[in-house]
Write a protein that binds this ligand. Structure first.
Ligand code: IVH
Length: 687
């Protein structure tokens, strides 16, 4: 067995946190910071390290879970059959390996394959009862998704009532996507209104479907393509994927006319090449082809490993690459004071979009790729608007007059001050050990200020409507705000507000009312609003629930913070650092004096009418659908209590694979034992 080095352990922790953070940005916020290709690279690196040190694999590692936890505002839906993801292959060799593996696992038995477009949208599950659409859900983390039924109903090609004969209850799965022309129109409109742009059609589709107000979804041109039967009961369905899709089309679902049945590997490779050729002419985005074993009986025999089925695979298209000159490397300052390096390039067209700037993420990444000012670089776009600088061209690397390797310290070095200075406020930048980012420590740094205030008033934080980007900048310029704490003292400056252009008595009153209303937000929202690096709304709620209010969090030492599950060293560091800063503490006092909730009182929900109300559960052994924390969270969400030890008060012991000693104890005490499926049934989900 390999003994992991400290560096490898640190790297694994870093990768997990980085992937989780990007999952959150991608799946929950619909606003990714890195390209798909870059994300894939992080995943591949983590998988390799975990293969090398299997003993370091944890159940909550991103390699063991799909996507991100669903947003709770929508209400959750447990998928009776988990929504799996797909394994990826990137070249003919890997595709051939997959094909040979299937041949082997089917003991040489003949099999057919179905080839389909890999739609680049987001997966949904639609449940029908007696031919009526009952539930529409997103994938979420594969086990639990968001209930987006009302939004799904606004999509024109989703049948609300089926025709013909169909099983009593069944679920189909497919992809919600935004056609390319609608995506371009939407972004044009957003740019005219000064709103932020969607990075790609996938994010636009996800952002449009996951709206709390379904009239917004109705306004966006979304469409659905159905490609899978999730499960069914009370009825019959054909025994091949091809015939199932035909049947679903008969019932009124939209299926893809490009689907093709093939006999062998050559058929797959031919389909792949054709698709890659005509792909630019398709009205919707695809990022590869999906290949599936046609016979359902054979699919069952092949089964699944972790979260990928063995009977299907995605063969991804290569990203489009171009060469251009890296004229310079610039640095911008982010909301949490991060120094964000970016490439300034000679404009070049990549896959239909002209690109002249791209994020270079951090110093470590630039050094790893060895990108230097003056290099010719390869720029890549993998279906995203977000481009990716892959690295220097070989001829750049061999140039004798090549510039020195990149150094943030050198680039930002200020002769007069004698240190590397924030380009916005001139304070000395710093970096914590194990963190890839440099930071500006100055909470009052102007570059951070407007971004911080915008975050403070945003929907997931204090949700102050009417305090948009432009108004924030104006208030900063006019000296009416110098930090977000000042927002609650604007009422003393109503006269000044009324003098602002386009600002009358009515709009002033409306704004001040929205600010007053926001004071009733609970402390977890205030914690999120503070803008602590790495702490979004999910982490803020977690902190409030496990530690308490702002003062308690401020006093919690680093060691105790990293002990909390799903808080990594970087997040813990960032929290400690935030509360060490005097300016931050002063702003918190402003909020406290204005009457905002700084102490956290967990909401006492009325759970008496929930299905598991009054019942106490203990889990033993490995569950198939959920990790232990997921199952416990579900029990709580449904009004039950999850305990770790069996006692006389235990109502049920949920027994998974390889149960432990808790089972014997339950037998002795005469406690009822149930399976994972029974638990789902008690919650009113499942078959
Ligand atoms: S089948 C168990 N078919 O790709 C197999 N998925 O990377 C379930 N996707 O979550 C998926 N086009 O969102 C299937 N023709 C297609 C697809 C497709 C796009 C998506 C789907 C899935 C993801 C996995």
């Amino acid at each position: 067995m390999n003994k992991p080095s400290d560096n490898d352990i640190k790297r694994i922790e870093f990768l997990r946190e980085e992937i989780k953070r990007n999952n959150y940005l991608y799946y929950v916020q619909d606003a990714p910071e890195i390209s798909d290709a870059e994300y894939d690279a992080l995943m591949v690196e983590l998988r390799k390290l975990e293969e090398k040190y299997p003993e370091l694999v944890t159940t909550d590692s991103p390699t063991q879970t799909v996507g991100a936890k669903p947003r709770t505002e929508f209400g959750t839906v447990v998928h009776p059959v988990p929504m799996l993801s797909l394994g990826n292959v990137f070249n003919d060799q890997e595709m051939t390996d997959w094909y040979n593996r299937v041949c082997r696992m089917l003991d040489g038995e003949p099999f057919e394959l179905m080839c389909e477009h890999k739609m680049d949208g987001l997966a949904i599950a639609l449940t029908y009862e007696d031919g009526k659409l009952k539930i529409g859900a997103t994938r979420g983390d594969g086990m639990v998704g968001e209930n987006v039924t009302e939004n799904i109903k606004t999509i024109k090609n989703v049948p609300l009532q089926l025709k013909g004969s169909f099983p009593g209850r069944f679920e189909v799965r497919g992809e919600v996507y935004m056609p390319i022309d609608s995506f371009e129109r939407l972004n044009d409109e957003r740019s005219r209104k000064g709103q932020s742009l969607f990075a790609n059609p996938r994010n636009a589709a996800a952002g449009s479907l996951r709206q709390l107000d379904s009239s917004v979804t109705a306004d966006r041109a979304l469409s659905v393509m159905i490609y899978h039967l999730g499960w069914y009961e009370d009825g019959e369905m054909p025994d091949t994927h091809e015939l199932i899709l035909d049947k679903l089309a008969e019932l009124g679902f939209t299926t893809n006319k490009y689907n093709r049945k093939v006999k062998d590997l050559n058929g797959v490779l031919e389909y792949y090449r054709e698709c890659n050729d005509y792909r630019p002419t398709l009205p919707y985005p695809i990022d590869g082809v999906v290949v599936k074993v046609n016979s359902i009986a054979q699919q069952k025999r092949l089964g699944a490993i972790a979260h990928d089925p063995r009977w299907a695979i995605a063969y991804k298209f290569p990203a489009i690459q171009k060469r251009t000159l890296l004229e310079d490397i610039g640095v911008s300052v982010g909301r949490t004071g991060t120094m964000n390096p970016y490439a300034i390039m000679t404009p070049v067209e990549v896959g239909g979009v002209t690109i002249s700037r791209a994020s270079l993420h951090n110093e470590e990444d630039i050094l790893r790729k060895d990108i230097r000012k003056g290099d010719y670089v390869f720029l890549q776009r993998a279906g995203d608007v977000i481009p990716d600088v892959i690295g220097p061209t070989p001829d750049s690397v061999t140039r004798p007059d090549r510039a020195e390797p990149f150094s943030m310290q050198k680039l930002l070095f200020n002769e007069e001050k004698g240190y590397a200075a924030c380009p916005s406020c001139g304070e000395e930048i710093f970096r914590e050990e194990g963190d890839a980012m440099y930071y500006c420590p100055n909470a009052a740094c102007p570059a951070q200020l407007s971004e911080r205030i915008e975050h403070f008033v945003s929907r997931e934080a204090m949700d102050i409507k009417g305090l948009g980007e432009q108004l924030v900048e104006l208030l900063l310029r006019e000296g009416l705000l110098s930090d977000y704490g000042d927002i609650y003292y604007l009422k003393d400056k109503a006269q000044n507000l009324m003098m602002l252009p386009k600002f009358g008595e009515r709009s002033t009153a409306k704004l001040l009312q929205a600010i007053e209303d926001s004071k009733s937000k609970s402390a977890d929202r205030v914690i999120c609003a503070l803008g602590i690096g790495q702490v979004g709304s999910e982490t803020a709620s977690l902190l409030a629930e496990t530690i308490g209010g702002i003062d308690e969090i401020a006093e919690t030492p680093y060691e105790q913070l990293v002990d909390i599950q799903s808080i990594g060293p970087r997040t813990a560091d960032s929290i400690v650092h935030f509360f060490e800063d005097k300016t931050n503490l002063e702003i918190i006092d402003k909020l406290r004096n204005a009457g905002l909730a700084v102490s956290y009182k967990p909401e006492k929900k009325d759970t008496s009418d929930l299905p598991l109300s009054g019942l106490e559960f203990v889990i033993t052994g490995k569950l198939l659908r959920f990790t232990r924390p997921q199952a416990e969270a579900l029990i709580k969400e449904n009004g039950g209590i999850a305990k770790s030890d069996v006692t006389r008060n235990t109502s049920y012991l949920v027994v998974g694979e390889d149960p432990g000693s808790k089972l014997q104890k339950a037998v002795k005490l005469g406690i009822k034992q149930i399976t994972e499926d029974d638990l789902l049934r008690l919650m009113g989900v499942g078959f």
